[in-house]
Design a protein around this ligand. Structure first.
Ligand SMILES: [Zn+2]
Length: 559
């Protein structure tokens, strides 16, 4: 009797607990998130403001302020107790509220990537800084003479003498030999950190923390490889014929130094396309503002907060930053009236409208792009317009004759640019995957196997040097490069969907989007407003009817 009543009591207690535990867990999580946001929100704003000041003034005290607030943020996310709580929540699987569950997933990932023992972390940071320093101070040598990377690039762009090209290319690889051993050590340290967190290696950890899956990426990249193989071979054969004639060598004798940059990642400028003349007497800022206003995504408030023109001490590049997730969005540019800055302004403002048009009702932690590559995709989608014949004709009031001139080369150039970049990005993705899977393998041989397979560029006979280590992204921006390519794929998928489903057109032949308010409306509702409420692939599927696929990149650029 006694045991029975105890059993009944235990059972009722059990039922009681089972009934209430999820609710209690959910409340606990809600409290955790509230406290977390209160802590992180001012820190993130402080960091963004400091980084903005640093970029616009170049003052070292601003840089110091930026790095100390970055450190404070890192300290929040490295807290092991809070991580343990989030892990428990995750394991319990009992969060029925989707918005809460989503926030908890994203938080879990932020904490996960910061759970590295302080001592190991210090070794990783120190070694990275050392490699970074070598990259910024090392100068390659041509016949004993030091050269800058700009000088090397100039030779590769203009020189027609093969021997001089070869020397410049070899000079560009010398930094690789200097850092290679350190890069391998760094890869092993990163792997050690990943294994402590129960991942196979650093590559799989890095992908997991940004909700990417190796199998899924392999599938997308393999498909793209198959679909671009034949057309890339054709385009490259054309290009090789032109280059061989220019350098007076046989096509069969073309070597890596015959392309126009050290890694053959950019389009050699062999088809005349000088678009700058169309922009030199125009106002880039005004063009960008008018275009975005015309698609109902006005950017005046962004431009008012921005820093757009060159100045002493200012960062010479371009970026866009969301300062507070409450509408203070800023762009840094160094605008000149040419095509490069038209593309850049459209690109950065593409990031800008994504940030500006979040739904303010969305919880703070979800007022973010669905993924780093989805904001890149929107930026690329708009950046591509600066060379688009229809866009240029409408925005710059060009005659039909002028448009024809642009069309003669712009299509071919766009195809080349995209295919060359895609094949290069495949080298990077596969190399990094295999580097972390086994850092002790013959990496020099692996690199050239991949370059030959994807880029159709021949390994110089007998070459056994760490040419892979000369690419700064390998040590310093690890496991990130593939996002550029995913961004291009999504930009094309969005383009296809907007042309056919939103604007309901049969082809994209005449589509420059000028004055198409439906474009802004679609992007705002289906992409920007949802922020990070859904996993990136769910967002893409909800917006376009399909998960991410390379097929529209192929229809757009493979002719
Ligand atoms: Zn960007």
């Amino acid at each position: 009797m006694k045991t029975l009543s105890i059993l009944i009591m235990m059972l009722t207690a059990g039922i009681f607990l089972f009934g209430c535990a999820p609710r209690a867990r959910q409340n606990e999580l809600e409290g955790f998130i509230k406290a977390h946001v209160e802590k992180i929100k001012p820190l993130q704003k402080e960091r963004n403001l400091a980084a903005w000041d640093a970029a616009t003034t170049g003052k070292s005290e601003d840089y110091e302020r930026a790095s100390s607030s970055t450190l404070k943020i890192r300290q929040v996310y490295s807290n092991p107790r809070e991580f343990a709580f989030l892990e428990e929540v995750r394991k319990s699987g009992k969060i029925s509220n989707a918005i809460l569950a989503r926030q908890s997933d994203l938080l879990y990932n932020r904490y996960l990537e910061n759970q590295i023992e302080p001592e190991l972390l210090k070794r990783i940071v120190d070694l990275s800084s050392e490699i970074e320093r070598t990259f910024s101070t090392h100068r390659g040598k041509i016949e004993g003479q030091e050269v800058t990377s700009n000088e090397i690039r100039d030779v590769l762009k203009t020189q027609t003498d093969s021997l001089k090209r070869k020397r410049a290319w070899l000079a560009s690889k010398q930094v690789g030999a200097v850092v290679a051993e350190d890069v391998i050590r760094l890869a092993k340290l990163r792997n050690q950190a990943a294994r402590n967190l129960k991942f196979d290696n650093f590559h799989t950890l890095s992908l997991a923390t940004v909700e990417q899956d190796v199998k899924e990426l392999d599938r997308i990249f393999d498909e793209l490889y198959e679909l671009t193989n034949e057309p890339f071979a054709r385009l490259k054969a054309d290009l090789d014929r032109i280059l061989a004639a220019k350098y007076d060598v046989a096509v069969a004798d073309l070597m890596p130094w015959h392309y126009h940059d050290p890694f053959f990642q950019e389009t050699p400028m062999v088809y005349d396309l000088d678009l700058d003349t169309y922009y030199e007497d125009k106002d880039i800022k005004d063009l960008a503002a008018r275009f975005y206003a015309g698609i109902d995504l006005p950017v005046e408030s962004i431009l008012d907060n921005s820093d757009l023109y060159e100045r002493e001490g200012k960062n010479p590049h371009a970026f866009c930053e969301d300062m507070d997730r409450q509408g203070d969005v800023r762009v840094l540019c160094n605008i000149k009236n040419n095509e490069y800055w038209m593309e850049t302004a459209l690109h950065e403002l593409g990031h800008g409208v994504y940030f500006k048009y979040y739904n303010p009702e969305t919880p703070y932690l979800l007022r973010e792009p669905a993924h780093i590559f989805t904001t890149e995709a929107v930026a690329m989608f708009f950046g591509r317009l600066s060379r688009h014949p229809a866009w240029m004709q409408q925005m710059l009031d060009l005659s039909d004759q002028q448009r024809l001139e642009i069309e003669k080369v712009s299509d071919k150039y766009a195809q080349l640019k995209q295919l060359i970049f895609a094949r290069w990005a495949m080298v990077m993705y596969n190399f990094e995957k295999q580097l972390y899977a086994n850092p002790d393998q013959d990496l020099n041989a692996l690199w050239w196997r991949l370059v030959e397979k994807y880029q159709f560029v021949k390994k110089p006979q007998g070459r056994d040097n760490p040419d892979w280590a000369a690419k700064i992204h390998v040590p310093l921006y690890p496991c990130y490069y593939h996002n550029y390519l995913l961004g291009e794929l999504l930009a094309s998928q969005l383009h296809n969907h907007i042309v056919h489903k939103v604007l309901k057109l049969k082809s994209d032949e005449n589509v420059g989007y000028v004055g198409q308010r439906k474009v802004g409306d679609f992007l705002r509702k289906k992409v920007f407003e949802v922020g990070a409420v859904y996993h990136w692939n769910e967002m893409i599927e909800r917006a376009t009817g399909e998960p991410l696929t390379p097929k529209y990149f192929v229809t757009q650029f493979v002719k």
